[in-house]
Design a protein around this ligand. Structure first.
Ligand SMILES: NC(=O)c1ccc[n+]([C@@H]2O[C@H](COP(=O)([O-])OP(=O)(O)OC[C@H]3O[C@@H](n4cnc5c(N)ncnc54)[C@H](OP(=O)(O)O)[C@@H]3O)[C@@H](O)[C@H]2O)c1
Length: 325
């Protein structure tokens, strides 16, 4: 069995690569000439160089492959065009290459996002059968990519995974909260009680593997941990793991918008994607981001293993061991 992993050098991709290798799968890692390969160093993988935005680079990387795990994508981009190129066009290019140059029984798993579906109400987690209503350009670009996968799945094996917020070793987004708690602050937007779903990267990897072994026909699965959290609960859990007694600081929306304005302006000058942009502000303002993992449990046999406290402790230990905290 030979797998191609896109986004292989990233946070989730590198965890998936390690797991596939443990399972005895041969792994080809799609990377760019500019990719940071730190997490793939010393792993027995083959590097396949390509840029998903350039269809002409993809033939050689998809030939002779049994499974494609498509995780590459952009969660932060400079503008709408860059989100569409990084998530939608890239996915379309890869699907077309697989359609033309891979074996007919290739298995394709696409890692999308809860953002493709949009926010939920505070008391009702989204199900895969609920209508999608993305409120960010990121979410819209992921939804368009999903639609391309659904088309492809009319003639091939393909499934779609929608994770909520993912945390764990190597993550740099939730890490911001770890860093602020380490400095003595739990930062909350408004009351900080916006309910969210969350998944540890190891549980997500398990869900991705399950989705690649069950016949799917373009089906969508939410791969989430059990339970409902909010950033206050997550902050307290991080504080417990770091043995800190932080102060809680509530950030009003106007201050968040001001910070986003400064972040976007500075990023424009530096010609880089902003860490906090209007898309992220739109996502943070929503009532809730909840999804149900019931379909994944029923149809894939998915069973999350890592509760919040264990996951946060393991993640904090990793950040400390790497000198990030
Ligand atoms: N982290 C989360 O909380 C979360 C939640 C829901 C969904 N997701 C989705 O999960 C996937 C993986 O996320 P992550 O957190 O692991 O992201 P990450 O660490 O930022 O990794 C993104 C990966 O995509 C690659 N990539 C981007 N554009 C590419 C292109 N044009 N050609 C080839 N490779 C390209 C990057 O390569 P370079 O290193 O060369 O840039 C990198 O390997 C993404 O699709 C993301 O949307 C993540």
């Amino acid at each position: 069995m030979k797998a191609l992993v896109t986004g292989s050098n990233g946070f989730i991709g590198s965890a998936l690569v390690e797991r596939l290798l443990k399972n005895g799968i041969e792994v080809n890692c799609l990377v760019r000439r500019t990719s940071d390969l730190t997490y793939l160093q010393n792993l027995p993988v083959k590097l396949s160089y390509a840029d998903l935005r350039d269809a002409s680079t993809l033939r050689a990387v998809v030939e002779d492959i049994d499974m494609v795990y498509h995780l590459a994508g952009v969660t932060k981009a400079r503008n709408r065009e860059a989100y569409l190129q990084g998530n939608y066009v890239s996915t379309l290019n890869l699907l077309q290459a697989c359609d033309q140059y891979s074996a007919a029984d290739l298995k394709f798993v696409f890692v999308s996002s809860l953002a493709a579906a949009g926010p939920s109400s505070a008391d009702k987690p989204l199900k895969e059968t609920d209508a999608a209503n993305p409120i960010s350009v990121y979410g819209e670009s992921k939804l368009r990519a999903e639609e391309a996968v659904v088309q492809y799945a009319k003639h091939h094996f393909a499934s779609i995974i929608r994770p909520p917020v993912v945390y764990g070793p190597r993550d740099r987004d939730v890490f911001v909260y770890f860093k602020s708690v380490q400095k003595g602050l739990i930062l909350l937007l408004g009351k900080g009680t916006q309910p969210v779903s969350l998944v540890h990267v190891d549980d997500l990897v398990e869900g991705i593997l399950l989705a690649s072994t069950t016949v799917a026909n373009g089906k969508i699965y939410y791969i989430s941990g059990d339970g409902t959290y909010n950033w206050q609960i997550i902050g307290r859990s991080i504080a417990a793991a770091l043995a800190k007694k932080p102060l809680t600081l509530r950030v009003p929306l106007w201050l968040l918008k001001l910070t986003a304005f400064m972040s976007v302006s500075a990023a424009k000058l530096a010609n880089k994607p902003a860490l906090l942009n209007w898309d992220k502000v739109a996502e943070m303002k929503q009532a809730a981001w909840l999804c149900s993992n019931e379909r994944a449990k029923k149809e894939l046999g998915y069973k999350p293993q890592i509760d919040l406290s264990t996951g946060i402790q393991r993640t904090a230990a990793w950040y400390k061991s790497m000198g990030w905290l």
